[in-house]
Design a protein around this ligand. Structure first.
Ligand code: GCU
Length: 137
C-alpha cells in the first residue's frame, strides 16, 4: 500500500492550491481545486505488475451536492462520486475505485466532471493487485 500526500513524492499537481484551512487533513493540508469542470489533480506511481489496483481518495465535500470525477491512468477510466456532507469541510471520508494499471510508471489523473470542481483531496492510497482470488498488498 502506498499513500501519497500533497507535496510528497508521487504528487504531481492540482489545478488549484494546497490549502490547510479545514482541520483534519494529513500532511501539508489538502488539494483545493478550482471550481470548474475539468479541474484536475495528478500523481505518478510505479507498480511492478500490470493488474487491477484499488485507488482510494481521502476527501471532504462540504458543498451542497456530490462532486463527480473521472479517474484515469494509461487509458483506463473509472467514474467516482464524492458524496456531499453539506457545510462540513472537516468531515474527511474515503471513496475508492478499482483501476487497471500497467507495469511501470502510471500517471493517475482525477478530473472533475461538474462545474463545482473536485472535492478537497487529502491523499490517494494505491493498494493491492487483484488477480483472481489472490490479493497482494
Ligand atoms: C469552500 C471551502 C473550500 C472548498 C470550496 C469548494 O470555499 O472552504 O475548502 O474547496 O468551498 O467549493 O470547493
Amino acid at each position: 500500500t502506498l499513500t501519497i500526500e500533497e507535496n510528497t513524492i508521487g504528487y504531481c499537481g492540482v489545478n488549484g492550491v494546497i490549502a490547510n484551512n479545514h482541520v483534519g487533513a494529513v500532511g501539508d493540508g489538502f488539494a483545493d481545486s478550482a471550481n470548474s469542470n475539468g479541474a484536475a489533480m495528478g500523481w505518478a506511481i510505479d507498480v511492478s505488475a500490470a493488474g487491477t489496483y484499488d485507488i482510494e481518495f481521502r476527501y471532504a465535500n462540504g458543498g451542497a451536492a456530490a462532486r463527480t470525477a473521472q479517474v484515469s491512468a494509461n487509458g483506463s477510466n473509472q467514474s467516482i462520486s464524492f458524496a456531499a456532507d453539506a457545510n462540513n469541510w472537516a468531515a474527511w471520508k474515503t471513496q475508492s475505485v478499482d483501476l487497471a494499471l500497467t507495469a511501470g510508471t502510471n500517471y493517475i489523473t482525477l478530473t472533475s466532471t461538474t462545474a463545482d470542481g473536485l472535492a478537497n483531496i487529502d491523499s490517494v492510497t494505491v493498494s493491492g493487485m487483484i488477480m483472481g482470488d489472490a490479493q497482494l498488498n
